[in-house]
Design a protein around this ligand. Structure first.
Ligand SMILES: [Zn+2]
Length: 469
């Protein structure tokens, strides 16, 4: 028996450790928007906040923007500040929807406005249909919620955004002028808190935003005798949880969040044209090594010498792709089919000779494509998104800005590692850490296709890919 208990204890310790280690929000950089329940300035002495506990329990990194008294129409201002401070370098947003709209008597309003329209269901004749658009009335709670969520979802389509419903409200008196009745009373326009809570849940469905229903799940109900102990002041503040109350919230949130991903995959393929050489290519490899990331090198066959081949082999051994960029760097469409095939075959043979692996992808020089090229060459064509780093007059900063502006999941970033191009190495010292901070994972071209087309479907032949999604 003793032994079984010992085993159970060991197992339970193991499971606890495994859970803590595997929590999907561990290490996630999470913005907390909301009101006084979230506001950092509310922390004093015995009063902690739930996100600080979450930091301990889950290991997430909180970026806190909640401000006391804020209502739904002020959440976007908090998100603007988040963008100002962190740009795109965070993972998720958690919005605590407080009760200031309810307490302030903000009308609920409508989710949609409707009009009579027509739609084509089948056949050529449009039939009558109703048509709805989200109400964007800033004076109503539903309109404000629509404005907030449509804005945040459009601004950060790749981020997880989570809504939290409010907590139950007990009586609070912060001054003679600031007395707030408990939720047993309707607000001044005759509505009870439940209707606002329901609206938050409906908003989650409308905008496809996960809702964690703290109103029920937190277990905090100040109207029940004995539950005052979870609030700051049994006489004057049954609105704000104290430290045990926040800890209860945090435990609940940790469990609920474990069912949601904190972030979603975001890939970028870093690619280099016009190598290999023994000057800039090794510097690029040193940087890749430093950050532990792979890239893809589209090499020119005539650049491959025994010395540069050793660099190419090093790249291959590091897990980089070595791909084809022709033998003499001509505009391939101007050649005959035979000449095109010769350009490609000679380069592929050298790559295979030195790395043991034949290329599967071609980047046509000058990104010059034609149907005759597609017909002549049986490789997948890769374009890319280039900050014109082949042009010596483009500064390091312009290369950085050009590479980082508008970059999205699945993009192929096209840079050059020819021997004179040290400004691009300088630019990479900023580009790589910034993309990592934004949550991108660096993958090779071949891996990008594997990840996005896992059924092995061959790439359509006459397309040049600058993004794979
Ligand atoms: Zn080139």
């Amino acid at each position: 028996m003793k032994r079984i208990i010992f085993l159970l204890a060991a197992l339970s310790a193991f499971c606890t450790a495994a859970l803590a280690q595997d929590h999907p929000w561990k290490g996630a950089r999470v913005a907390f928007l909301g009101d006084s329940i979230t506001d950092e300035r509310q922390i004093d002495g015995p009063n902690c906040t739930f996100w600080r506990d979450l930091q301990d329990i889950v290991g997430l990194e909180p970026y806190v923007y909640g401000i006391s008294g804020h209502r739904m129409n002020q959440i976007i201002g908090q998100a603007d500040k988040l963008r100002e401070d962190h740009g795109d370098a965070f993972d998720a947003i958690i919005i605590f929807v407080g009760t200031n709209d309810y307490n302030g008597g903000v009308p609920l309003g409508e989710w949609y406005t409707y009009k009579d329209s027509t739609a084509t269901y089948s056949g050529p004749v449009p039939l009558p249909a109703k048509y709805r658009t989200p109400s964007l009335d800033p004076k109503t709670f539903r309109g404000r919620t629509n404005i907030t969520l449509s804005t945040l979802k459009a601004r950060w389509p790749d981020k997880q955004i989570v809504l939290l419903t409010p907590l139950h409200r007990g009586f609070a008196q912060f001054s003679d002028a600031n007395v707030q009745p408990s939720e047993a009373f309707s607000n001044r326009i005759g509505l009870f808190i439940d209707e606002y809570v329901e609206a938050v849940k409906e908003a989650g469905a409308i905008w496809s935003v996960p809702v964690i229903d703290l109103y029920s799940l937190s277990g905090l109900q100040p109207a029940v005798p004995g539950h005052e102990r979870y609030f700051r002041d049994a006489e004057k503040d049954l609105l704000h949880p104290n430290t045990p109350g926040h800890q209860r919230m945090a435990r609940t949130l940790a469990a609920q969040l474990s069912a949601l991903p904190a972030k979603f995959p975001k890939y970028v393929a870093l690619t280099f044209d016009d190598g290999p050489n023994t000057v800039v290519t090794p510097q690029v490899l040193d940087l890749l090594e430093q950050y532990g990331i792979p890239a893809s090198f589209f090499v020119i066959g005539s650049n491959i010498t025994p010395e540069s081949a050793a660099v190419m082999k090093r790249a291959h051994d590091m897990g980089c792709d070595i791909e084809n960029h022709s033998f003499t760097h001509p505009a391939l469409p101007s050649l005959t089919a035979k000449q095109m095939q010769d350009e490609i075959a000679r380069t592929s043979a050298l790559i295979e000779q030195y790395t043991g692996e034949a290329p599967r992808f071609l980047r046509p020089p000058y990104l010059a494509m034609s149907q005759s090229l597609a017909d002549a060459v049986d490789l997948t064509f890769i374009g890319g998104y280039c900050p014109n780093d082949w042009d010596a007059s483009v500064t390091v900063q312009q290369r950085i800005d050009g590479a980082l502006a508008n970059i999205v999941d699945g993009d192929v970033l096209l840079l050059h590692d020819f021997a004179e191009n040290s400004p691009t190495v300088e630019a990479l010292r900023t580009i790589i850490p910034e993309l990592l901070a934004r949550g991108f994972e660096f993958v090779t071209i071949s891996r990008l296709f594997e990840l996005r087309w896992p059924d092995g479907r061959p790439a359509p032949h006459n397309v040049m890919y600058r993004n794979v999604y």
